[in-house]
Write a new protein. Structure first.
Length: 512
């Protein structure tokens, strides 16, 4: 699921007196960001925009105002930041956020519960063994058709990545995929490319991925289905390009093994041994097939429930909704995945005790990304109460003012690249950045959905290669491929994807 759900890796013991640097966790980064923003609020002038009936800022109306906060008030905001990030209420008259106010919910309680609910659902699905065995069966069935095997594995991983952020879960498949690739005359780098890039390009082009698109859409105050047409076309094109890139490399290595970037370990070229190591994967049972069908239907229904079909089919943002549209948001989706978790457990015949404990365990495993979301939201509360959000927005407005819509969308993509590295959490990054970036789209006359697409593309592109993610660094370690060699393998594709992303977000902005 995105970088939020990665489990801590066991680090090798270091010699006495030597400590290996490890990049801080998302929670630590956001704690530091919270304190830094609180201190900066004393230096950044307070100001605000006039707003329309929907609460969107009006371009050209920024003016300085006093914050009206004492030092004690600011200290209280810092102390209550995580609380306000979860269930802070924004006062309709003063716009201040606090847990005891009357007004509209400003905190991320809805998204918080949604993350726990989908965590419970995904954990139950994996507990049945259906998804693991299904992917294993696919890989084994295509073991004698190399190009088709690569394409099939990458396509499945990409689909899972685009709909539910499938990423860290791929680490369990190296033991199966690496021997199969070696048995077909490929190298270990081919396996790394198929796994990391297959899932990674799906996450990069997330269509309804709740940990990327969902959280960002919520923070941007738009529907999860807004912009899905652009993201879907983008997913098709970028996935096709990535699959073709890996297959091209694999065929080159198969034809001339000396062109392998990873090289071969002793025994790698023993095709018969490698083939025998790829043990027969057990057949899918009727229960497994039923679980896979239910899982597919749940995600298909989720997509149906959030897509604004009238707008998507007519191309008009203000089109009247069709009668069959559900227009669901996070409350309904949280309920959907809780019910779906129970349904999958019943179909998989898990039993009451195992199902209950698995749901609880699944929710517990996803507390970390949920906490990241509320911490990031707490930062925006500090900015809101000290009235510096509009000041920061005004400063960025000056930078992008006068640019075309296409250039604006590309700038949003490029600006988010370093942010994606500094904040190793898709959910935290989205919650922190969207309150600033989304209103900029209004000034540029661009759909907020384009900003969400540009943001998640930046996050996904970085996660294809940065060494701070378990998916990348853990994957190359499991495949016994050097990280430097992986960078040599992937950089031409990264350059191509960079150009394609810029083209897509620019076109998306131009057509909105």
């Amino acid at each position: 699921m995105s970088t939020d759900t990665q489990a801590p890796e066991r680090q090798p013991e270091q010699p006495p007196g030597k400590k290996k640097f490890t990049f801080p966790s998302a929670l630590t980064v956001l704690a530091v960001v919270t304190i830094a923003v609180w201190l900066l609020a004393f230096l950044i002038p307070s100001g605000q925009y006039d707003r329309n009936g929907d609460g969107a800022p009006l371009e050209g109306t920024y003016h300085r105002v006093g914050s009206g906060q004492s030092f004690v008030d600011r200290l209280n905001d810092l102390f209550l930041a995580p609380v306000n990030g979860l269930y802070g209420i924004q006062d309709l008259k003063t716009s201040l956020v606090g847990p005891d106010n009357s007004g509209d919910l400003y905190g991320s309680a809805g998204v918080f519960l949604f993350v726990l609910a989908i965590g419970a659902f995904i954990t139950v699905v994996f507990a049945t063994g259906a998804l693991d065995r299904g992917i294993g069966r696919l890989a084994h069935r295509l073991r004698d058709r190399g190009a088709l095997l690569i394409a099939g594995v990458m396509l499945v991983f990409s689909v899972l990545g685009t709909v539910e952020g499938f990423a860290e879960e791929t680490l369990g498949f190296y033991g199966l995929i690496v021997p199969l690739m070696l048995a077909l005359g490929y190298d270990r780098m081919t396996a790394v490319g198929a796994i990391i890039l297959g899932a990674g390009v799906g996450v990069l082009c997330s269509t309804v991925n709740p940990f990327a698109t969902g959280v960002a859409s919520s923070a941007a105050d738009i529907s999860l289905g807004d912009g899905i047409a652009l993201r879907f076309v983008m997913w098709i094109v970028l996935t096709a390009v990535t699959v073709a890139y890996v297959i091209r490399y694999a065929k080159r290595v198969q034809k001339n093994p000396e062109r392998s970037l990873s090289g071969f370990l002793p025994g790698d070229k023993d095709r018969d041994k490698a083939a025998s190591d790829a043990a027969e994967v057990p057949e899918l049972t009727t229960l497994h097939k039923a679980v896979l069908v239910v899982t597919a239907l749940v995600f298909a229904f989720m997509i149906f429930s959030v897509v604004p079909w009238a707008s998507a089919l007519t191309g008009k943002a203000d089109a009247a909704p069709y009668g069959f549209e559900l227009g669901w948001s996070f409350p309904q989706l949280a309920a959907l995945f809780l019910c779906a978790a129970v349904l999958v457990g019943l179909v998989g015949r898990m039993g009451e005790q195992k199902l209950s404990s698995t749901i609880i365990q699944g929710a517990a495993d996803f507390v970390s990304p949920a906490l990241v979301i509320l911490l990031a939201r707490g930062v925006t509360v500090i900015m809101n109460n000290s009235k510096i959000t509009d000041t920061v927005l005004h400063a960025i407005e000056g930078v992008v003012k006068g640019t075309s819509s296409g250039i604006f969308a590309i700038i949003v993509f490029v600006v988010n690249l370093p942010l994606a590295f500094l904040i190793p959490s898709t959910s935290g990054h989205a919650t922190l950045a969207m309150p600033i970036l989304a209103p900029l789209a209004d000034f540029a006359g661009v759909s907020r959905a384009v900003v969400v697409t540009a943001w998640q593309a930046a996050s996904g592109w970085m996660n294809l290669w940065v060494p701070t993610t378990a998916v990348t660094i853990g994957g190359v370690a499991l495949a016994k491929v050097g990280y430097d060699k992986y960078l040599r393998f992937v950089w031409p594709l990264l350059a191509l994807l960079f150009l394609l992303i810029c083209a897509f977000v620019a076109l998306g902005a131009a057509f909105t």
